[in-house]
Design a protein. Structure first.
Length: 94
């Protein structure tokens, strides 16, 4: 069985914005924060961070703004990272 081809982070973000009726460019920090929350169930924190980094680079090229540096976005990324650290590992039954 073939692995699904990963989508471009920018294309994924723009498509998500369209589905939500939000503007991708210029992106409001709240839009980026909501996108991060939508990725939580399907992506690991490290993958989300890479995704946001790629999206932020594109946004910076287009607008010269960095919504990923907004306190709200930074706080959500930190909480996602912390939540995975706090989860206890499952131990196999004896």
């Amino acid at each position: 069985m073939a692995k699904p081809t990963p989508t471009d982070p920018w294309d994924d973000f723009v498509g998500w914005c369209r589905q939500q009726g939000l503007q991708a460019v210029p992106a409001n920090p709240w839009t980026l924060a909501a996108y991060i929350r939508s990725c939580e169930r399907s992506m690991r924190p490290t993958a989300i961070q890479k995704q946001i980094r790629a999206i932020s680079e594109r946004l910076f090229e287009k607008t010269r703004k960095r919504p990923d540096r907004h306190p709200t976005v930074k706080r959500i990324l930190e909480r996602i990272k912390e939540s995975t650290v706090r989860k206890p590992k499952k131990t196999p039954p004896e």
